[in-house]
Design a protein around this ligand. Structure first.
Ligand code: TYM
Length: 332
């Protein structure tokens, strides 16, 4: 079976609909056809300052949500990044074949470091995409399901894999991005030209999976819509309405065309009202299952430890051959 790998940061109290629709939903689907490795990337979550107790809690909540939305510990290997020390070990080696300019061109780094200011941005924020490449390459992943915002990081992972292979001999599989266009960029309800993001300035634009559905309903009702009043799908002229249609379609399983036909002659208010119901029905059971996992943290930690053990077996094999090719001494 082909291999998939992906990761998600535990940087918020809940995943949002962008994370779910752009990535996690596909993780669940791919476990049916692929040998699947998924990771809560806590190492990636400390690049901009953090609270230790909160990080540990959010790491558990992230894992609980992933199980709650359908990752099956028998079919997917889900683990916490810091429990597999091979990740930073390989990242060091990859960092030594990454150009300084190459890393400087990562747009996510440029955006974030600009926001924080150069002196307050960490070196970890700069080398972040190299650690991400290590994550992927350790598992010899063929495909990496992510949202559109990760495309450039995946390009770097591919470049580094190719470079390592040509410098030291065939070692890594070249990973392909698995980006499903329809939902690859869910936008902010208050600013439908920007992506829905954990670091957005206002929570009003973000639908969290774990928030009270009544709160989600309010946010949907006050979502920015577009001029005119017809419900049509056009991301250029009607980004707000199109985003609502995209979310509806992905959660209800009804096609955009079918929805547009069903809403012909009706107003934005009707669409928002129905979408609020769709979201509510969708998140309720997920919230319940998430709580179930969090009610028994010892059991949750055990599931993750066994995931880490399985992951480590694969990661250690890859790291060993990479170390050998580079010319390091054999392990003692
Ligand atoms: P993160 O934690 O920011 O996001 C997790 C996943 O959610 C996707 N996503 C979105 N998709 C559609 N619309 C949106 N508005 C939206 N917002 C987020 C992201 O594209 C991502 O797939 N660097 C990664 C984590 C990572 C990783 C990896 C991913 C670390 N190592 C190895 C893949 C492979 C990140 O910060 O994702």
């Amino acid at each position: 079976r082909p291999r998939v790998f992906s990761g998600i940061q535990p940087t918020a109290d809940s995943f949002h609909l962008g994370n779910y629709l752009g990535a996690v939903r596909h993780w669940v689907a791919l476990q049916e056809t692929h040998d699947a490795f998924y990771c809560v990337v806590d190492l990636h979550a400390i690049t901009a300052g953090h609270d230790p107790a909160l990080l540990r809690q959010r790491t558990r909540v992230a894992a609980a949500q992933l199980f709650a939305v359908g990752l099956d510990p028998d079919r997917s290997t889900l683990f916490v990044q810091s429990q597999v020390p091979e990740h930073p070990q390989l990242a060091w080696v990859l960092g030594c074949i990454t150009g300084f300019g190459e890393a400087s061109r990562m747009t996510q780094f440029k955006d974030k470091s600009q926001k924080h200011g150069n002196d307050r941005s960490s070196v970890g924020l700069f080398t972040y995409p190299i650690l991400q490449a290590a994550d992927i390459l350790l598992y010899q992943a063929n495909a990496v399901p992510v949202g559109e915002d990760q495309r450039q990081h995946l390009e770097l992972s591919r470049d580094l894999a190719q470079r390592f292979n040509s410098l030291f001999g065939q070692t890594f599989t070249i990973p392909a991005p698995h980006i499903v266009k329809d939902t690859a960029k869910i936008t902010d309800l208050q600013d439908p030209t920007a992506k829905m993001s954990k670091s957005s300035s206002s929570p009003a634009g973000i639908i969290d999976l774990l928030e009270d559905p009544a709160r989600s309903a309010k946010k949907i009702k006050s979502a920015v819509t577009d001029t005119g009043r017809e419900i049509v799908f056009d991301t250029e002229t009607k980004p707000g309405v199109s985003n609502l249609l995209t979310i509806h379609s992905a959660l209800s399983g009804r096609s955009i065309d079918e929805l547009v036909a069903a809403f012909a002659g009706r107003g934005y208010g009707d669409l928002k009202k129905e979408l609020a119901e769709v979201v509510t029905d969708f998140v309720r059971p997920i919230q319940e299952r998430t709580r179930g996992y969090l009610d028994d943290p010892a059991q949750l930690d055990k599931l993750l430890a066994s995931g880490a053990e399985k992951a480590r077996a694969v990661a250690a094999t890859t790291l060993r051959s990479a170390y050998e090719r580079v010319g390091f001494f054999p392990p003692v």
